[in-house]
Design a protein around this ligand. Structure first.
Ligand code: ZN
Length: 160
C-alpha cells in the first residue's frame, strides 16, 4: 500500500541539524504514527512520504519554510525580569506562555543579562533545515473515527 491522503503511516525517524547533531529520534521507542494529509507532521516531510510504502528508507532535507517556519526577529523580545512575578530564578531554557498578538504563545528564555530577560516566541526549530532519516514501518487505511478526529488512534498515535 502506497502512502496517500487518509492513510495511517507509522515510521521511525532520526532528525539531525546541519552539523549532524541528533535533535530527536524515535530509535528505541515505538514508531510515530500519523494520519496522512491531515497536517499532523511538517509539510515538507509529509510531501516526501507520498508514494512510499512499508520498508522504504530514505533521507530528506526539509527547508525551514516547509518545516517549522522561518525565524521571526519580531518574536524575540527583551523584557524586564520584574515581568516574571512569582518566578524565583529565571534561567535560559525556561518556557512560559505569553499572550501574543495572535493568541497564546509559548516563549523560551534565551538570555538573561542582569534585569533584562530575552524571550523568543519562535518554535525552537524555526529557521532550521530539518534533516530526516526515515524508515516507513507500516501503512494502513484509517478508520472513520480517525478521519473525523484528524489523527491516529492506538499504537504510536493518540490514546483516548
Ligand atoms: Zn481521536
Amino acid at each position: 500500500m502506497q502512502i496517500a491522503d487518509q492513510c495511517v503511516v507509522s515510521f521511525h525517524y532520526t532528525l539531525t541539524d546541519d552539523a549532524g547533531a541528533v535533535i530527536d529520534t524515535s530509535s528505541g521507542r515505538e514508531p510515530l504514527a500519523y494520519l496522512h494529509g491531515a497536517g499532523n507532521i511538517v509539510p515538507g516531510l509529509e510531501e516526501a512520504l507520498v508514494g512510499r510504502s512499508a520498508g522504504d528508507r530514505f533521507k530528506v532535507a526539509v527547508a525551514p519554510e516547509q518545516g517549522y517556519g522561518l525565524h521571526h526577529e519580531g518574536l524575540v523580545q527583551q523584557v524586564p525580569a520584574a515581568a516574571f512575578a512569582g518566578v524565583d530564578a529565571i534561567e535560559v531554557g525556561m518556557e512560559f506562555h505569553a499572550q501574543g498578538p495572535q493568541g497564546p504563545l509559548a516563549v523560551t528564555v534565551t538570555a538573561v543579562e542582569g534585569d533584562t530577560v530575552t524571550i523568543d516566541g519562535n518554535h525552537p526549530l524555526a529557521g532550521k533545515t530539518l534533516n530526516f532519516d526515515i524508515e516507513v514501518t507500516e501503512v494502513r487505511e484509517s478508520t472513520e473515527e480517525e478521519r473525523m478526529h484528524g489523527h491516529v488512534h492506538g499504537s504510536g498515535g493518540v490514546e483516548h
